[in-house]
Design a protein around this ligand. Structure first.
Ligand code: COA
Length: 391
C-alpha cells in the first residue's frame, strides 16, 4: 500500500442556502479543492451523500456530479453510510490511492437538507435508524440520543449542565469559523433554557438541519511532496467498524462500540495513542454524542466524558482540544458532507490557516464520523509532515 496525502481542500459557508442547488453547492466545494490542490484533473471521485433522493429527489450522484464537474467519463462513485457517508467516501478514496488504482482522487460530501420541511427532514434522517424496531414506534434521532443520554446519566452521573458545556464550548469555537452555520456564542445557561426537543436534549444540544458540501483531493505522498510547498497532511490510518442498528440489540447504549473498535485499529495502524493527538474533530450530532465518543477514543476514562468540556479539557486552549471547527453543533451538519469537512479543518490547522481558532503547532489529528446512533464509525488519523522524505 502507498502512503497517501491530502493536498487540496474546499468548503463553502454552510447554512440554509436557498439560492443554491444541491449540485451548485457540491461543485463550488469540489472546484475549490481542485484549485487548492493545484491539479488540472482528477482520476476518480467519490461523493458521500446520505439521501439525495429524500432531500432533493436526486440519486445517481456519482455519474451526475462527474458530469457536472466537466470531468466525465472518470469513475464517479456515490458512498452512503448515513451521517458517516463523507468519512466513508474519504476512506474509499484513500484505498483507491493507497492501492495504486488511481493517483489523483477527489473525496467529497454533500447534503441539501433545507428544501424539505422539518417533518420530512426528520423522516429522511430516521431512515438511518432501524425502521421496524425503532422508527415505527415513534423514535426520531433526537429521541434515540435522548435515551443514550439518560442511560449515560444513570450509569455515570453525567448531568445536563455538563452537556450544556459541550454545546457552549463548540459554539465558542464555531464563533471563530467563518463557514459555520450558527457562529453565535451560547452560555451553558442559554442551552439549559432553550426549548426541549427530546428530554433531556434541548434545541441547543442538537446539531442543526444544514445545506453544505466539502471536498478534498488525495494523491500518493511522494506526489504531494512534489506538488506542495507547505506542510503536507499525511493520512496515517483509515479505519471503519460497524455495530447493531437497533439500540435494543446493544449490551450498553451509553457507549459507542463501533468508534472504540475503529479507534483501536486506527491507533495501531498509525503507531500512536490518544495521548499523542494534538486535536480531534468528532461527531457531536448531539452533545451526549461528543461525551460518548471522547470516551470511546480513549481521550478520557469511560464515564468521565461529561466533565471534559466543563473542566476546559476539550477547549481550544485545553490539553485535549475537541472540535476546534465548532463541530456539527455550531458549524452545521449537512450529513453527507460532515466527514469531509472534518478533514478540511485538519488541513487548515496543519497549514496554520485556521485564523482565530488556530492551535499551537499541531502534529497529529484524528477525525471520527459516525452513522446513526453509531451503527457505523469511520476514523482517520493524520500526521503533519514536511516536504522532505524522512519527515
Ligand atoms: N442549534 C442552534 N439553533 C438552531 C438549531 C440548532 N441545532 N436548530 C434550529 N435553530 C434555530 C433556528 O435558526 C431558528 O432560529 P430563529 O427562530 O431565530 O430563526 C430556531 O432555532 C427554530 O428553528 P427551526 O428550524 O424551526 O427548528 P426545528 O424545531 O424545526 O428543528 C431541531 C430543531 C433540533 C429539531 C432540528 O434541528 C433537528 O432535528 N436536529 C437534529 C438533526 C439530526 O438528527 N441530525 C442527524 C444526527 S445523527
Amino acid at each position: 500500500m502507498r502512503d497517501v496525502a491530502v493536498i487540496g481542500v474546499g468548503m463553502n459557508k454552510w447554512g440554509e442556502l436557498w439560492e443554491l442547488s444541491h449540485r451548485d453547492i457540491w461543485t463550488s466545494a469540489a472546484l475549490d479543492a481542485i484549485e487548492d490542490a493545484g491539479v488540472d484533473h482528477v482520476d476518480a471521485m467519490y461523493v458521500g451523500c446520505m439521501s439525495g433522493g429524500l432531500f432533493v429527489g436526486q440519486e445517481h450522484l456519482g455519474a451526475m456530479l462527474a458530469d457536472q464537474l466537466g470531468m466525465g467519463p472518470i469513475p464517479g462513485t456515490r458512498v452512503e453510510s448515513a451521517c458517516a457517508s463523507g468519512g466513508l467516501a474519504l476512506r474509499q478514496a484513500y484505498l483507491a490511492v493507497a492501492s495504486g488504482a488511481h493517483d489523483i482522487v477527489l473525496a467529497s460530501g454533500v447534503e441539501k437538507m433545507t428544501d424539505v420541511d422539518g417533518a420530512a427532514a426528520t423522516y429522511a434522517l430516521s431512515t438511518a435508524a432501524d425502521q421496524e424496531y425503532e422508527c415505527f414506534h415513534g423514535l426520531t434521532f433526537p429521541g434515540l440520543y435522548a435515551m443514550m443520554a439518560r442511560a449515560h446519566m444513570e450509569r455515570y452521573g453525567t448531568t445536563i449542565e455538563q452537556l450544556a458545556h459541550v454545546a457552549s464550548k463548540n459554539h465558542a469555537n464555531g464563533a471563530k469559523n467563518p463557514n459555520a452555520q450558527f457562529p453565535m456564542k451560547v452560555t451553558p445557561e442559554q442551552v439549559l433554557a432553550s426549548p426541549m426537543v427530546a428530554d433531556p436534549l434541548r434545541l441547543l444540544d442538537c446539531s442543526p438541519i444544514t445545506d453544505g458540501a466539502a471536498a478534498v483531493v488525495l494523491v500518493p505522498l511522494e506526489m504531494a511532496r512534489k506538488l506542495s510547498d507547505g506542510p503536507i497532511v499525511r493520512i496515517a490510518a483509515s479505519a471503519h467498524a460497524t455495530d447493531t442498528m437497533a439500540l435494543a440489540d446493544r449490551a450498553e447504549i451509553s457507549a459507542i462500540e463501533s468508534t472504540a473498535r475503529a479507534a483501536e485499529q486506527a491507533y495501531k495502524a498509525a503507531g500512536i495513542g490518544p495521548d499523542d493527538l494534538s486535536f480531534c474533530e468528532v461527531h457531536d450530532c448531539f452533545t451526549i454524542a461528543e461525551v460518548m465518543v471522547i470516551e470511546a477514543l480513549g481521550l478520557v476514562e469511560k464515564g468521565q466524558g461529561g466533565q471534559a468540556a466543563a473542566s476546559g479539557l476539550t477547549a481550544l486552549d485545553g490539553k485535549r482540544p475537541v472540535n476546534p471547527s465548532g463541530g456539527l453543533k455550531s458549524k452545521g451538519h449537512p450529513v453527507g458532507a460532515t466527514g469531509i469537512a472534518q478533514v478540511c479543518e485538519v488541513a487548515e490547522q496543519f497549514r496554520g490557516g485556521a485564523g482565530e481558532r488556530q492551535l499551537d503547532d499541531p502534529h497529529w489529528a484524528l477525525t471520527q464520523n459516525m452513522g446513526g446512533t453509531g451503527a457505523s464509525s469511520v476514523i482517520h488519523i493524520f500526521e503533519r509532515v514536511g516536504r522532505e522524505a524522512g519527515r
